[in-house]
Design a protein around this ligand. Structure first.
Ligand code: CTP
Ligand code: MG
Length: 231
């Protein structure tokens, strides 16, 4: 059964899913690879659709797979599918351009974070609703971090207590994200980085271990294990 999105919701979620998945090794685009028998993107979309504030979802698919992704997601949730671009930032911009009038909170969420729980979507959206222009979910950094030079010689130890590992969904007041993308220069890996360049304050909320980014084969194995143990 297709999950209904909430017509009274105030959140649009953009799902960049157009990447190749080079670091996973040879195979289909990452969003289409199977995790416990279903494409990564299906897992991601199902969890977003379960978040009650979501009014609209726009997926940026690999350009050659738009029709296939539409057909794949039709039984999962009502989503708009657009062709993505060569860089993540272009895929996000394409999805942003397809958001209809209405939702004033826009979340940007990697398809690769396929196990992200619906409550994280809600907590990021709630922080934007509470008046923050830009909100990111973060986790503390657990490893000791060293700064090194080009020859791998250690220059120093970074104060870990002041560092955070950043996840998605990242949430924005709609006008803030539009302005940041309009003035975007160099490609960055996250949307909050574009907003920071505008001088806008970015606020952190607690992230979730389940929002791990599936990047390498080890992450696939971990995600598969988490799924089979009930995530
Ligand atoms: N993404 C996208 N368009 C691109 C590149 C990336 O929509 N041109 C999306 C990916 O599909 C993913 C998210 O951005 O959901 C985060 O990117 P990443 O984890 O780097 O995925 P890939 O680019 O697919 O992986 P790799 O860098 O290993 O090729
Ligand atoms: Mg990439």
């Amino acid at each position: 059964m297709t999950a209904q999105l909430n017509p009274r919701g105030d959140v649009a979620v953009l799902v960049p899913a157009a990447g190749a998945g080079v670091r996973l090794g040879p195979g289909a685009p990452k969003a289409l690879r199977l995790l416990a028998g279903e494409p990564l993107l299906v897992h991601a979309v199902r969890r977003i659709a379960a978040a009650p504030s979501v009014h609209t979802m726009v997926v940026a698919a690999p350009a050659t797979e738009v029709e296939a992704v539409r057909a794949m997601l039709a039984p999962v949730a009502p989503v708009t599918v657009v062709p993505g671009g060569a860089e993540r930032q272009e895929s996000v911009a394409a999805a942003l351009a397809a958001v209809p009038a209405g939702p004033e909170i826009v979340l940007v969420h990697d398809a690769a974070r396929a196990l992200t729980p619906p409550h994280l979507v809600e907590s990021v959206a709630a922080a934007v609703r509470d008046g923050h222009d830009a909100v990111i979910p973060v986790l503390p950094v657990v490893d000791t971090i060293k700064e090194v030079d080009a020859t791998e010689r250690v220059l120093g130890t970074v104060d870990r207590s002041a560092l955070r590992a950043v996840q998605t969904p990242q949430g924005f007041r709609r006008s803030v994200l539009i302005a940041a993308h309009r003035s975007a220069g160099d490609a960055l890996t996250d949307d909050a980085g574009l907003v920071e360049k505008q001088g806008i304050t970015v606020t952190c909320v607690p992230g979730s271990e389940l929002a791990l980014k599936i990047t390498r084969p080890f992450d696939m194995a971990l995600a598969e294990h988490l799924l089979t143990s009930g995530a």
